[in-house]
Each structure stands twice: as C-alpha cells, then as structure tokens.
Design a protein around this ligand. Structure first.
Ligand SMILES: Nc1ncnc2c1ncn2[C@@H]1O[C@H](COP(=O)(O)OP(=O)(O)OP(=O)(O)O)[C@@H](O)[C@H]1O
Ligand SMILES: [Mg+2]
Length: 497
C-alpha cells in the first residue's frame, strides 16, 4: 500500500505536464501540472485518444513523427520536438518525451508522456545555426580564395574561389593536407614559421606575402597570400589563408611592358622618318623652286592659244602642290624648335582664325566662339599653338565640305589646373575604326593630293610638348568634337591686364 502511494506521488511530483497512456494511446491519468497548464479536469481527459488531447484532431498523427508509436514499437524511450502555436499566438517548441512502463512479461503496459517546453533552447539553437550559416556564407561567397586548415594542416574549409584557384572540388579538397597538395616543398613550414614570428604582422598574423602554390594539374601558380592563426581560449585551433591569383596582374604588367616597348620602337621609327622627311624636303625645296620659276616663265612666254599651255599650267599647279607638301613636312620636322612664352589661349585661337580669314574653305562656314571671360593662361610656343588651331579648323572645314558650323569653346578648370578647348564641327564624323589611327603620321582619308596625313600628328606632338593632349570627345555622322587639354598657368591675372 505504501509502495502504491509512493508511486502515485512520484507521478504527481513530476515537474513537467505528464499523461499516462494505454498502449492503444488512450489517456488513463494526467498529473496536476498537466491539468493546471491546460485548464482541464481529469475526468474530461480520461478515455480520450492522445491525438484528441495533444494535437486537437480526430485523425491519428503520422507514425513517423509520433514518439508514442516509436516507444511502443521499439520498447524504449523516444522523444520528438514539435513546433506549436502557444495560447498567445507565439511559436512554442515542445519536447514530447515518452517513457515505457513494462509489465512482468516485458510488454509495454503504459506510456508516460511528458511535455517539456524547450522554446528558449530551441530559439537559441536556431539563432546559433543562423549565425553559423551567415558566417559560412560570407566565407563561401567571398571572391577571395579562402582555406581554413586545422593545426595539422588538414583542410577543413575551402571556399568556391579557392576551389577554382587550386582546381579541386569540395569533397576532394576537404581532409587533404595543405602541405602535401597545395604548397611547394617547405612552403607550409615557412608560412607557419612566419605566422608564429612577430616580424610579419605580429604573432598569429602574416601580412601580404608572395608565394607559389600548386594547382591540381601540377601547374605552379604565383599568388599573394595573407594568413592568420585562429585561437580559441588562447589555444591555436586552425589557420586561415586568403590567396589572390597574381597571374592576371603579371599578364597585364607584361602587356604594358610590351606596349611600352612597341611605343618606344614606334616613336624611334617616327623620329628617323621625321629626319628623313626633313632631309628630303630640304633637298627637294630648291629644285622645286627652280622648276616653278622656269615653268612660270615659260607660261608667260607662251601664246594664249598655245597647245602647250594646258600642260605647263599643270606643271605649275603640281609644283605648287609639291611645295605645299614640302612645307608640311618641314613644319612637322621643325617641331623641336620651341620658344616658350606666357600666352592667353583665347588670343592664340583668334590669331589662328585671322590667319585663315582669306582661306576659301572658311567662306561658307559659321563660326561660334564661346570663350571663358577670364584669361586662359598657358606657357608655350605661340606659332606652334597657332598651327594646332589652324590644323584643327582646316580639318573641320574639310570634314564639312566647306559648308556648316564650327564651335570653339575655351574654358578652364582651376582645381584641375587645366585649360579645355573643344572644337566641334557639323561634318561627316570619324568612323570608329579610324579613331585610333587619325593621330598617326601620314594617315589620311582624303583623296590623293588633298592631304598628307600630318595635320593631327603635328597637333598631338605639339600639345604633348606643351604638357597637354588631344582626344576625340565625340563623333557621329553629324559631326565631331575634339577636346584639347593644356596646363593652366597660375598667375596673378591682374598683373597681366
Ligand atoms: N574634324 C574632322 N572630322 C572628320 N574627320 C576628321 C576630322 N579631322 C581629322 N579627320 C580625319 O583624320 C584624318 C587625319 O587628319 P590629319 O589632319 O592628320 O590629316 P589630313 O587632314 O588628312 O591631311 P593634312 O592635315 O596633312 O593635310 C583625316 O584624313 C580625316 O579622315
Ligand atoms: Mg588635316
């Protein structure tokens, strides 16, 4: 009798709401904790099926998630955490723990089902899992190649970028030894030595260092590496390495060096071509003058209706054309003479227009000048800069076939220390493929006899000598805008007026 009371008290004193169920899952008793928590009287529960009480449904619960079913089937305790909605609408996690009570034959005669509220633990666990997933995502999605290894050098994490760099798939890489698979002989030891030394960024840290790693194909890859030791409670537990592939950088450096070499070769070639052109032009100039004088004299002597007149006129015109080419060549090669003076760019542009005033090409052209009201002071050679603008204006008029509008805008940007001159025309535009070529000497699209192709290369060379440059700002079949930049000289403008 005493033993019975003791058992009875045991059931009542359990600190979790608990039901006693028969093997066919019918409630035979409920402890006070259960009645208090859910507001039942015991008579209301006894005889009811557990799914009516716990799951509020007439349908039996699915066997796979039912701990009572598992307890009956496997004759041992089982539990299942389920998510339910609490009385105030909040999500609650309940651990349903089943313990079998056996009869003398070892069969399950009753099942004790306790309900434990594990919401706090479960929410903490979910929070922790989210944080872990977040951290894992950061590593996984990083564009830097990251590898984490334990203190024996066995790979624990290899993110996608690292897998790409080293040429491994995840399941192949994880568990492999860094020293054996990824580093050159002695590489891993040298990294660890540096990591533990105070000289490479502090103990436990290795600031950017260059090294060679090995791809799964055996190829050696130059990389930049940062590394650190990960500590837990002061103990070394892992190392983390971040690698950057240096191959693209090396390839670009190589290309730049090659481009630089080609440029130097090109400019040497152009310099000798310039010398040659100047020499030839100089030698040809005198005989040309002779031909011109003689041909002009013959022309004067000829009768108006002479059958030779047309041919001699052609000789004079062609000789004049040759002299024009010679003049251009000499101007191109004479750029070394440089007279430096302080100039107002607005004034230089005006002089270029004055110089071209009588030029037939400008007769049907409207010119818009939009000059900055303040002076645009630069230092340079007045004649050479006049040549820059005359060449630009002539090109613009030729592109418009003598009809259209030229707009010249001149301004300065004090903060950048620059003078900007934009020359726009309403001409034919420059085809995209020609843009890189137009500044090359002797590149011309003009018909034979109309252009030597030296105009823009002269312009560019003069501007570069002045510390400036020229670019095609915009071009389309309706017109082109060139942009000229020159260094602005900072002077007290008052003293110049
Ligand atoms: N404003 C422009 N609009 C369209 N095309 C242009 C313009 N300026 C230059 N170009 C193109 O660039 C080419 C090179 O110009 P560049 O001044 O160097 O030589 P050119 O005018 O042909 O001959 P040169 O100036 O020696 O008489 C031109 O033949 C033309 O195709
Ligand atoms: Mg030209």
């Amino acid at each position: 009798m005493e033993q019975y009371n003791w058992r009875d008290r045991l059931f009542e004193s359990l600190s979790f709401p608990t039901l006693l169920l028969t093997p066919d899952m019918v409630v035979t008793a409920a402890n006070q904790k259960f009645l208090d928590k859910f507001g039942y009287r015991e008579e209301e529960l006894i005889g009811k099926h557990c799914n009516q009480v716990l799951c509020k449904t007439e349908e039996p619960c699915p066997k796979s998630t039912c701990p009572i079913y598992h307890t009956l089937n496997e004759k041992r305790g089982a539990s299942e955490i389920i998510e339910i909605t609490g009385p105030d609408g909040q999500e609650v996690y309940e651990d349903r723990v089943c313990s079998p009570i056996f009869d003398e034959k070892g069969d399950v005669s009753y099942i004790m089902l306790s309900l434990r509220d594990v919401t706090r633990t479960k929410l903490l666990e979910l929070e922790l899992r989210k944080t872990n997933e977040f951290l894992e995502n950061i590593i996984a999605s990083s564009v830097s190649a990251i590898i984490v290894a334990d203190m024996k050098g066995v790979i624990m994490v290899m993110n996608e970028s690292a897998r790409k760099l080293f040429g491994y798939t995840e399941n192949v890489a994880v568990g492999k030894s860094i020293a054996e698979y990824l580093y050159t002989p002695g590489g891993a030891r040298s990294v660890m030595k540096k990591l533990r030394s105070p000289d490479y960024g502090g103990v436990g840290k290795l600031h950017t260092t260059e090294m060679t790693v090995i791809h799964s194909s055996g190829e050696e890859i130059p990389v930049e590496m940062n590394a650190s030791i990960i500590y837990q409670d002061g103990r070394e537990i892992a190392t983390m390495g971040i690698y950057t592939d240096l191959r693209p950088k090396i390839a670009i450096e190589r290309k730049l060096k090659e481009a630089e070499r080609i440029k130097i070769m090109q400019s040497n070639k152009m310099a000798s071509l310039g010398h040659l052109a100047a020499g030839v032009a100089h030698e040809i100039n005198n005989p040309l003058s002779g031909i011109l004088i003689d041909a002009s004299l013959i022309l004067e002597e000829l009768e108006q209706d002479s059958p030779l007149r047309k041919q001699v006129e052609d000789i004079v015109a062609d000789t004049n054309r040759c002299k024009e080419i010679v003049k251009n060549l000499l101007a191109y090669s004479r750029q070394t003479e440089f007279k430096k003076e302080v100039l107002n760019i607005n004034g230089v542009i005006e002089q270029a227009f004055a110089f071209l005033r009588e030029h037939a090409l400008l007769q049907n052209i409207t010119v818009h000048k939009e000059f900055s009201s303040s002076m645009l002071i630069c230092e340079g050679d007045n004649n050479q800069l006049i040549q820059v603008f005359t060449n630009m204006i002539i090109n613009a008029t030729q592109a418009m076939d003598g009809k259209g509008a030229i707009t010249i805008r001149a301004s300065k940007e004090k903060a950048e220390g620059k003078i900007y001159v934009e020359i726009s025309d309403t001409g034919c535009g420059i085809p995209k493929d020609n843009i890189p070529k137009i500044f090359e000497p002797f590149f011309t699209t003009k018909e034979e006899g109309k252009g030597t192709g030296l105009g823009l290369s002269t312009v560019r060379d003069i501007l570069e000598k002045h510390g400036g440059n020229i670019t095609v700002k915009y071009t389309c079949p309706e017109g082109t805008t060139f942009l000229i930049e020159l260094p602005l000289v900072k002077v007290d403008e008052e003293t110049l007026i």
